[in-house]
Design a protein around this ligand. Structure first.
Ligand code: ZN
Length: 487
């Protein structure tokens, strides 16, 4: 039986891959029936940080992040309508149109957050045959039963042979008292049995043939199936949000043990949740803010738009196992912090080397490395980089000097830890400034031509420039010395 880790303290010493030099990593991806929000950004960024760090350590990483496009019912248990089918019904679309639409938007948002795409992104609906075979294996081993065309995990029988609930620290009694009485209860032997395959009701639009019924796989089945298909019966790391530990990951462990006789996952890693003004995010609280709304500022809880790098920086400023409470003020503070980093990096690239180093830069690489090694402590990496930003500013202000070798090393450390590992796009600010400069220069040039035309009494040209700029949304004001403009 493999060990379960909830964190990788002293990463380099405690992490032992199953195959020398290679890491297999599976992360539960989104259910694509709506736009991505902060709750999606956190696991994506957390495991992007891990992915980038593993590659920095020299591992060849196969990173699998799935797309859930079938079987995720409205009430995480085995009841309610399929989330995607419901959206399709409401919008009169083919379910796969809903899936494609929100998958495209998810990719767009992840790319804006500078989250690297996974090596493989399998869809649950594309692996129905494999899921049926996995269910059959569990049936063959005697840990499941067929009832009215659906297949359920026989949790009581399973729990006699394997520890059920070890990841969440629950036992069967806890689970019994937690489980609500649900529809389809009469089909199950016990309330805690979960569906491996569900017979589709006549109105259910997404269904496939199987030996038991025309139906669809239970939600937990896809991750056991696709994880082992692409990473092997045993693989290194499985990640996801803390809210997935029960029932989803607990069910995955049970399915793998029942079918294969052993666990599949060597290390479990879970990121903590994001709260909004102290409250859990949820439709009932009316505090769902999508990433697109953050980027546009179009939400009553937001004071202004916040760029994707501000969101990324905000999330990385907290350790992945601690909670993060969102507020507009917290994001404004993160924005200021990010600007300070961007400014320091722009200065670092322009600094001139001196004869000797009089500022404090020694030990920086080791501090960053040790922080990452200590269970991906991104806030410590950021703190170390801020300390070095002070040294950069001291040299920039002419109050200190840095040698050529130290300057090269400092640039290399920032490139490695801030850009490659934290995944911050630090040059964007500078690039934006350059674009702004070019834009302002072009308008000044145009208004300069208009001024000359006026002096030459070429009213036709001067009026044309003014009118067309006004139509584009500019305000042009003539002054004593020339002109002023604004948008
Ligand atoms: Zn999953």
């Amino acid at each position: 039986m493999l060990e379960i880790y909830n964190s990788l303290t002293r990463f380099k010493e405690t992490f032992k891959p199953l195959h020398e030099g290679h890491v297999g990593m599976y992360v539960c991806g989104p259910t694509v029936y709506g736009d991505a929000h902060l709750g999606h950004a956190r696991p994506a960024i957390t495991f992007d940080l891990l992915y980038r760090y593993l590659m920095y350590l020299g591992y060849k990483v196969r990173y699998v992040r799935n797309i859930t496009d079938v079987g995720h019912l409205e009430h995480d248990a085995d009841e309610g309508e399929d989330k995607i089918a419901k959206k399709a019904r409401l919008e009169q679309l083919e379910p796969m149109e809903v899936v494609q639409f929100y998958t495209n938007r998810y990719h767009r948002d992840m790319s804006a957050l500078n989250v690297l795409p996974p090596s493989i992104e399998p869809h649950a609906s594309g692996h129905i045959i494999e899921q049926i075979a996995f269910v059959q294996k569990i049936l063959d081993k005697g840990y499941a039963y067929v009832s009215n065309g659906s297949v359920y995990m026989d949790v009581e029988k399973y729990a006699k042979d394997y520890p059920y609930g070890k990841l969440s620290g629950r036992n069967l009694n806890d689970i019994v008292t937690e489980t609500r009485e649900l529809d389809g209860q009469d089909e199950k032997k016990h309330s805690y049995d979960f569906a491996l395959w569900k017979k589709a009701a006549p109105e259910h639009i997404m269904h496939w043939p199987s030996p038991w019924s025309e139906g669809f796989p239970g939600w937990h089945m896809e991750c056991s199936t696709m994880g082992t298909k692409y990473l092997g019966e045993k693989f290194d790391i499985h990640g996801g949000g803390l809210d997935l530990i029960f029932p989803h990951h607990e069910a995955e462990i049970a399915q793998s043990c029942a079918a294969l006789g052993h666990e599949s996952v060597h290390y479990w890693m879970h990121n903590n949740m994001i709260t909004i003004a102290g409250k859990k995010m949820g439709k009932s609280y009316n505090n769902f803010i999508t990433l697109e709304q953050f980027f546009s500022g179009n939400h009553p809880l937001l004071s202004k738009p916040f760029g994707p790098m501000v969101i990324r920086f905000f999330i990385l400023q907290a350790h992945y196992r601690s909670t993060v409470d969102f507020s507009s003020e917290a994001l404004e503070a993160a924005e200021k912090g990010l600007q300070r980093m961007q400014e320091a990096y722009a200065r670092l690239l322009k600094l001139q080397a001196g004869k000797e180093t009089t500022v404090e830069v020694a030990g920086l690489r080791q501090r960053c490395q040790e922080a990452m090694d200590d269970d991906l402590n991104s806030p410590f990496v950021i703190a170390a980089l801020f300390d070095s930003a002070r040294a950069i500013n001291t040299v920039w202000d002419g109050k200190g000097t840095i040698s050529e070798a130290d300057l090269a090393e400092l640039r290399e450390i920032w490139k490695t830890f801030a850009i490659d590992i934290l995944g911050l796009r630090l040059e964007e600010q500078g690039a934006g400034d350059d674009k702004m400069k070019a834009f302002n220069g072009a308008i000044d040039l145009l208004l300069g031509i208009r001024l000359q035309a006026k002096q030459n009494k070429d009213w036709q040209t001067s009026d044309k420039i003014r009118n067309e700029l006004t139509a584009l949304g500019f305000q042009v004001k003539d002054t004593k010395d020339g002109f002023e403009w604004s948008i």
